[in-house]
Write a protein that binds this ligand. Structure first.
Ligand SMILES: Nc1nc2c(ncn2[C@@H]2O[C@H](COP(=O)(O)OP(=O)(O)OP(=O)(O)O)[C@@H](O)[C@H]2O)c(=O)[nH]1
Ligand SMILES: [Mg+2]
Length: 329
């Protein structure tokens, strides 16, 4: 049976702890927990004193089949090879959204060296090594941003200009980094000054590794964005490293954790820079955020509707053939 979808992992753990505490002391569960404990125990069939790790609780969550279907269509998440082969021939081929070519524009190691506020900006933040610089390169089809598998390569705010239409801002990562501690100490205040002061900042994309979801230092950073009333959106990266079913669960948990925040855009994006999946959706978000939808997406919409019509026609032929085959048998 499916878990109640409104419960996130932390809530599950709180409920479980309360249940075992009540059981140990012989006390009745508080009314607020009563129904949830029942629902949880019925759904995952937990023994009263059973202690589960986060990993075990995650394994017992049920993925939403609709999300899995959508991930399948967008080719997000890893999968067993056989399934891919079977469905490959009538897959939807989404036309690419083209972002203008990006070039390095300015670097800032202190708030005093931020460039003038001229163009709309989208900031990209996240823990070290989450894939911020790689994403900028993949989104715009360039190699402007430097990438490394060692955490802590980007050590200043790097402003990239996209054809003088908007700026993408690559930021140093928080959390563990190989960079000198002295340098790391400046990064968080620098990012804070940026999100607090920048008038042209339209949105901050907070990147999260799809394997881990929201970690403690991400939570601290999200609290900072809430305090400074900065609009932000979450993006799960490296989706190619997570199985599709687990990815659907991760998406559910992350969405639930931020659903109450007023500054968070409710739609959690998913991307894999390595497999170039989910990038078109993110490109569209960025263009709409910078009010450039009309300029860049006019032709795309036409191509998209042609591709969709072709896909639906193919699907109809496939279904008709299958029906005819069944009738003949
Ligand atoms: N498998 C996989 N690896 C990725 C993906 N995106 C980035 N990487 C790898 O992750 C590593 C870190 O990428 P970066 O783009 O340098 O990460 P960053 O967040 O800019 O890191 P810092 O600048 O150190 O904060 C590199 O080895 C990339 O090849 C992805 O979608 N899938
Ligand atoms: Mg970087």
């Amino acid at each position: 049976m499916a878990l109640p979808t409104s419960l996130c992992l932390r809530q599950l753990r709180a409920i479980q702890t309360a249940a075992s505490a009540n059981h140990a002391t012989g006390a009745r569960a508080t009314p607020a927990f009563n129904t949830s404990v029942k629902a949880l125990q019925e759904s995952v069939k937990l023994g009263r004193s059973e202690e589960l790790s986060n990993r075990q609780l995650f394994a017992r969550l049920q993925a939403d089949p609709k999300t899995v279907e959508r991930l399948d269509m967008l080719r997000l998440g890893s999968e067993k090879p056989g399934r891919f082969e079977r469905k490959k021939w009538f897959r939807y081929q989404e036309p690419n959204v083209r972002l203008p070519h990006v070039a390095f524009f300015a670097g800032a190691q202190a708030a005093t060296s931020f460039p003038k506020e001229t163009l709309p900006e989208v900031g990209i933040v996240g823990r070290s090594n989450v894939g911020k610089s790689t994403l900028i390169n993949q989104l715009c089809g360039s190699a402007a941003a430097r990438v490394s598998d060692k955490p802590g390569l980007t050590q200043q705010l790097n402003f990239y200009t996209a054809d003088n239409d908007f700026h993408l801002v690559d930021m140093p990562g928080y959390g563990f980094a190989f960079a000198k501690e002295e340098a790391q100490k400046h990064w968080l205040p620098l990012i804070e000054a940026y999100v607090r002061e920048r008038k042209t900042l339209r949105r901050v994309l907070v990147l999260l590794d799809a394997r881990h979801g929201i970690k403690a230092n991400d939570r601290e950073f999200l609290a900072l964005l809430d305090r400074t009333h900065t609009k932000y959106q979450l993006v799960l990266t490296k989706c190619d490293l997570v199985h599709r079913i687990d990815l659907a669960k991760r998406h559910l948990l992350v969405s639930q954790e931020v659903e109450k925040s007023r500054n968070c855009i409710p739609r959690v994006m998913l991307v894999s820079a390595r497999h170039e999946a989910g990038l078109n959706e993110l490109r569209k978000e960025i263009l709409h955020t910078c009010s450039l939808g009309q300029k860049y997406l006019g032709l795309h919409r036409k191509k998209e509707s042609i591709a969709q019509t072709e896909y639906l026609e193919q699907l109809k032929i496939y279904k008709d053939t299958a029906r005819a085959k069944r009738r003949r048998q």
